[in-house]
Design a protein around this ligand. Structure first.
Ligand code: GSH
Length: 123
């Protein structure tokens, strides 16, 4: 039964992720200089995620809209990044944004918090 629920959840999550890819629309436009600055800043960000997680889809959509080249790492079972997330952030919960700042690492959980942070910083 648990496996069945997981299958349905992944199936629905996959459909949502595909719909997102089709309906994303346009990215935020910046001057080349501004975009270069944003690209540089985005190098300090990493998103730990699952492809079929609706909260991750929502976060990836915001990242796309804000035109941020953020590295995405899969935290699915079997991925080495899963352990990295667990060790660094303290739990396997996605999405999680790893933020490197002034030699410190912050692990920001929760899609709402992540989107709020990114919009405050890059919108
Ligand atoms: N309120 C959280 C919910 C995140 C959440 O429930 N993520 C699920 C995947 S959809 C998760 O990480 N579950 C742990 C697991 O599957 O191992 C958010 O908005 O980010």
């Amino acid at each position: 039964m648990k496996l069945f629920i997981k299958l349905i959840r992944n199936l629905l999550g996959g459909i949502i992720a595909l719909l997102d890819l089709i309906t994303r629309g346009s990215k935020k436009k910046r001057t080349p200089e501004q975009q270069q600055e944003v690209n540089q800043a985005a190098q300090d960000l990493t998103l730990y995620q699952f492809f079929a997680c609706p909260f991750c889809t929502k976060t990836r959509r915001a990242i796309y809209k804000l035109n941020l080249p953020v590295e995405k790492r899969s935290a699915s079972e079997g991925s080495p990044y899963r352990e990295e997330l667990k060790q660094g952030g303290g739990k396997v919960k996605v999405p999680c944004l790893r933020i490197e700042k002034d030699g410190q690492t912050e692990w920001l959980y929760d899609s709402k918090e992540i989107i709020r942070y990114l919009e405050n910083r890059f919108a």
